[in-house]
Design a binder for this molecule. Sequence first.
Ligand SMILES: Cc1ncc(COP(=O)(O)O)c(/C=N/CC[C@H](N)C(=O)O)c1O
Length: 731
Amino acid sequence: MKLSPDQPIDLREVLRDLERYRPRRKGWHWREKVSEHKLGPFVFKDTSRELTHSVPLMAAHAFGGIDPQCDRTLTTEIASGRFEDDLRRMRMAAWHGADHIMVIRTTGQSHFDGLIEGTPEGVGGVPISRKQIRATRKALDAIEDEVGRPINFHSYVSGVAGPEIAVVFAEEGVNGCHQDPQYNVLYRDVNMHRAYVDAAEAKRILADGGILQLDGAHNANATAKEAWKVTPELLVQHAINCAYSRAAGMPQDLIALSTVPPTAPPAPKLRLDLPYAVALRELFRGYCFRAQQNTRYMESDTREATITHVLDTLISRLTSADIQSTITPDEGRNIPWHYNNVAGVNTARQTFMGLDGLDELVDLKQEGVLREDARAIKERAVLFLEEILESGGYYAAVAAGQFVDSGHYPERKGDGIVRDPGKGDGAGSVIRREPDYGAPVCSHFGHNALAPAHGKACDAIGGCTLCNPEKIRYIDELDPEDCVDRRLETPLAERAAGLLRPEVEKQGDGVVCLTVFVPAAEAVAEAAALEMARHMNLKDPQVISRRVMHPAEGSVFEIKGVLDMAVDIARLPQEARETPLPDAEIEAWVRPRDIHVVAATVGEDEHSVGLHEILDIKHGGIEKYGFHCHDLGTSVPVERLLDAAEETGARAVLVSTIVTHGEVHKGHMQRLDALARERGMRDRLLLIAGGPQVTAELAQACGMDAGFGRGTTGREVASFIVRSLRQREKE
Ligand SMILES: Cc1ncc(COP(=O)(O)O)c(/C=N/CC[C@H](N)C(=O)O)c1O
């Protein structure tokens, strides 16, 4: 399957022939690092190979369009209910630099003592099934070819069907997963004997499949009352899962510790979180580190969440992180919207690129409070482990509620999670294996009667599904209604009919989000804001974020609502955006003609960056075609522009109009046109306006010959001048 950058992903093609789909590789892929990486005007220190297709950061155009890729894996975590919608957001995230895609499972899948088949819709996540995995991996194959970098597909091995899920992941080429029995026991109330027996089995399968494992310590961050006090327990949880994983046969390089800086401003974040991050790296040297961003203190304000996540990423950079996972800035208020997955990825990549080469600039102090606090956290963790031993071991410690207690260990508040070793999901389901027990697949923890002294355990059964994929039983759909084909009917029919609906989460959901400030006390302002949304024809308007600017002066709200209409593409005014002429053609026409242009930023305006990009040869400006550019600078009266045009015999006047307050940009254009006419110069001059709020229509309505907005290139402006002067030569 091949994707074309100018076409949406074809979901029907993704779903075709899945019964024959086989993953192209197994195991985890790390980025290919590039040192001393020359890109545009810079030499980068902490980067990996660039992508063949991507969306650079917004400011990249100021640096020749470069899109450097950091040297760490970037994760985006997707939660929805329809995997078919997730494929599009995976593609968007990959174009913005994500190469690790994590897909949350439908709520409660941990309690399914079996596999889910087909493609039912999920709640909060997608039902992880063989068909969904194949469709997703097949789409990711095409997406990684499109961006030019392998993408790791990730899900979760937990719950009472853990070993079965692990086998499916190994069979289907899943690249990473969470596996931590402590998660089952503490957060899913799975019987602890079942959880640990299953975990040993699952870990063996992951190890043989080369699947990178993340542990579940981050869950303690999310559930702790005062998160800065949970750090000793985090080290303990990491230690338990690392030790158990090694005992089950996992190599160290497949064991990643999932670590979250515990706090957020207004807490003194780095003073609390950095010692913990340092202690963790020192204690677990040699393991992989998967840094996640903070969710414990997320509110509904995406801007505030983003700043906390920048600080989390700074901590990753100051210590180390093999994988930087990202949290969408809206996770605190709703199931992540796809453009917030992308926003989360951009937070990490923008921060890392801004911190490139940091090691050459700063070092962490080797003495003082940083080291003292790091040591203290380790000492508390060692005491915690010793207490577990003294109290009769791990199961007894869990039964005594020693975990996720909100005290700062060894202080205890007595509010830890208590689990009875004889109870929980799957209690009583662990039975001793018979001596002649034969495992269904080769990867098996413990005695396997089918395993001859050498060779594969499955020889005796003609090959297991891990060694012989032909033996995999692919079950397509079990429910003719609750399946992806049914769900796709309407969105694909509307797309085929050229109908477009706004969306945030699911294709066709019609949801839009507006920001509105109301100058009144909060309670009144909120009611007024909702009324305004109703007047904008939004159905079911809901405030999803509110920020008080001042108790009496007013508040700003983000309101989501459904815009229940579809735009028919066929009926849209088709803006003819001319294709720019080839560079060679422009230069061949311009250079022999000795053409002068005058340019300036007009009015009381000092912003000249945009104009320089259009003019200067080093930004790909029109100088490179042979135009003689006379840049008069900033805050230039239009009279002086026309004087210069007269002195130089210029054929074009380029004005940059940034400030639009009070519509002054329109006034400048109108005045330039009127004055040129007064002086009898209008017919021989091309008047061209540019600026972030300028459009072709607006400029022409103000008497200009052309108008160019944000993102315009010198080539587009040069093409317009050549086409216009060529036309005038013919007349
Ligand atoms: C160790 C472990 N096992 C299983 C599951 C999933 O288990 P259910 O399918 O029962 O929800 C999780 C979930 N964590 C969410 C990811 C987090 N937002 C992250 O960034 O890591 C988990 O942490």
